[in-house]
Write a protein that binds this ligand. Structure first.
Ligand code: ACM
Ligand code: ZN
Length: 517
């Protein structure tokens, strides 16, 4: 706060200087203090430049760790922080950027871009900056509502501006499989398509609906081809965003079971389970490994998200294949079957140079040795995982679930209320985490589940401006967080985003266009 205060004083001095230089139009003026996420250190220096002029200034970039370290004297940064750190200066004649890595230089350019777009004039300034957390993420559920490539590009563009660096692509789930897998064509020729558009019409009474063949008139759905994924990955990489694909197991597999019924548990009445993959059958592992091989080939990220959440385990107690597996493995609880599956898949991932992330249910029955836990049912799972020496990404529903409504009047998204200020108030470095364990907190993520999303505009309305808060919680040092300042900056950035064609929630934007049921 002291630093910010110093800079407000500096801003005042700058204004006085600008006026004495005879500049008529010094306001509105962008300063680094307008940035989201707020930077570590900033100084406003004399002078200003028009945003248009700034766009055509020469940019002098130096990528050199040694050069950057001169600005970082006295600071303790980890290797990954140094990669993202930058120093920059805007003068009336040029923009100077010093970074240890192209990623840091990219973030510097994003800061310049944000300042140039929120006002017509930009204050001359210096900024020294680096992120607080390594994982600053956003998750998009493509299964319940299929958004498609253009939508993904648009959100990646905003993520880049916000210095978010992990896009968690929730590609498969009960109401639709959205990724081309050559070995299992029915996943996309059949279970990527359903006869009705809206999830709630499809999942009548939460029983799950039908799928139809690709090409059926009126079918709703779609999927990403391998070419689409390659294009998305290239687009994301240019913006220093990593893409983490999620392949759910053993729960959330209604669609897989619809395409390949032989992967489900057998029930006493002769039928098969509708929701889970059978963890007892060897064929399930053959399927998962074949799918993962194609996913590993496609996505260069060292992490793969394997889901693990909300598996119904009741049928495992009666399924002969599950029972046989429990007997041979000496298991006494069905939870051990889930843990068996996750551990086995983790070994397979390791054989291929990959590490797994799973929702916090993967703690049940024993955590796989090297798994990262995504803590969503509050923060307890994350805390337990840290106590066991594991890395954690926090995404607790109470702070990070963008399907929750933003005001009380909003139509039915999951009934809970999650206003911007509550997202902003989240502190991932929770009380009780020791200094030695702090490195296990990789960061946080905002999640958009799309059960209630009807159209793309509606998805954006759920995302923004709450993603701005995830950005600042993930990047900005705790002592520089300040709600009144953020609220002002978020309002300015919301207007800019609207001008760019994003739908950003504001009070009153609720039952828009009568689309909402
Ligand atoms: C989840 O929300 N089921 C991870
Ligand atoms: Zn089974």
């Amino acid at each position: 706060m002291k630093k910010l205060f110093k800079n407000f004083v500096a801003a005042g001095v700058c204004m006085a200087l600008a006026l004495s230089y005879g500049c008529k139009d010094v306001q509105p003026l962008s300063e680094p203090a307008d940035l989201i996420p707020a930077p570590v250190e900033m100084t406003v220096t004399p002078g200003s430049i028009s945003s248009e002029g700034l766009a055509s200034l020469p940019v002098k970039e130096k990528i050199s760790e040694k050069a950057l370290l001169r600005y970082l004297e006295g600071q303790e940064l980890t290797d990954w922080q140094i990669k993202s750190a930058y120093w920059m200066e805007i003068t009336p004649k040029c923009v100077k950027i010093v970074a240890a890595d192209e990623q840091g230089a990219y973030y510097a350019r994003q800061s310049v871009k944000m300042m140039a777009t929120i006002n017509d004039t930009v204050a001359c300034c210096t900024v020294l900056d680096w992120p607080r957390f390594q994982h600053r993420g956003f998750m998009l559920d493509e299964s319940r509502h299929y958004q498609g490539k253009e939508f993904v590009y648009k959100q990646l563009e905003m993520m880049a501006l916000l210095k978010l660096n992990c896009f968690h692509f929730h590609l498969v789930d009960n109401p639709g499989w959205r990724l081309q897998i050559d070995a299992y064509p029915r996943l996309t020729q059949f279970t990527a398509w359903r006869p009705v558009e809206y999830f709630w019409d499809w999942e009548v009474n939460e029983t799950g609906g039908d799928f139809v063949d690709e090409g059926t008139p009126g079918a709703y759905g779609g999927y990403y081809t391998k070419q689409d994924i390659a294009e998305i990955l290239a687009f994301a990489a240019e913006r220093h965003i990593e893409v983490i694909p999620e392949i759910e197991m053993p729960g959330h597999n209604y669609e897989t079971r619809a395409a390949y019924p032989e992967l489900a548990c057998s029930l006493k009445d002769g039928g098969t389970d509708k929701w889970e993959l059978c963890p007892g059958k060897e064929g399930t592992y053959e399927f998962l490994e074949n799918v993962l091989l194609e996913v590993f080939d496609l996505f260069p990220n060292p992490y793969i998200h394997i889901g693990g959440d909300e598996a119904g385990k009741d049928n495992w107690a009666v399924c002969p294949d599950c029972q046989a597996r429990m007997k041979t493995e000496g298991f006494t609880e069905v939870e051990q079957l889930q843990s068996y599956m996750i551990k086995r898949i983790e070994s397979f991932a390791h054989e291929h140079g990959k590490r797994i992330i799973g929702w916090d249910e993967i703690l049940e029955g024993g955590l796989a040795p090297d798994a990262t836990v995504m803590s969503w049912r509050g923060t307890e799972g994350g805390m337990k995982a840290i106590a066991q020496g594991h890395d954690v990404i926090f995404t607790p529903t109470q702070y990070c679930y963008f399907d929750y409504k933003q005001d009380e009047a909003q139509y039915k998204p999951v009934g809970k209320f999650l206003p911007l200020e509550k997202v902003y108030s989240f502190e991932p470095m929770l009380e009780g985490i020791s200094k030695e364990d702090e490195h296990h907190v990789l960061g946080l993520q905002g999640n958009l589940w799309t059960e209630h999303v009807l159209e793309d505009w509606h998805a954006e309305m759920q995302i923004y401006p709450r993603l701005f808060a995830i950005s600042e919680v993930g990047w900005t040092m705790a002592e520089n967080k300040d709600w009144p300042s953020f609220e002002r900056r978020a309002s300015v950035l919301s207007d800019v985003a609207r001008e760019w064609g994003y739908v950003v929630y504001r009070p009153g934007l609720t039952n828009a266009d009568g689309l909402v049921k």
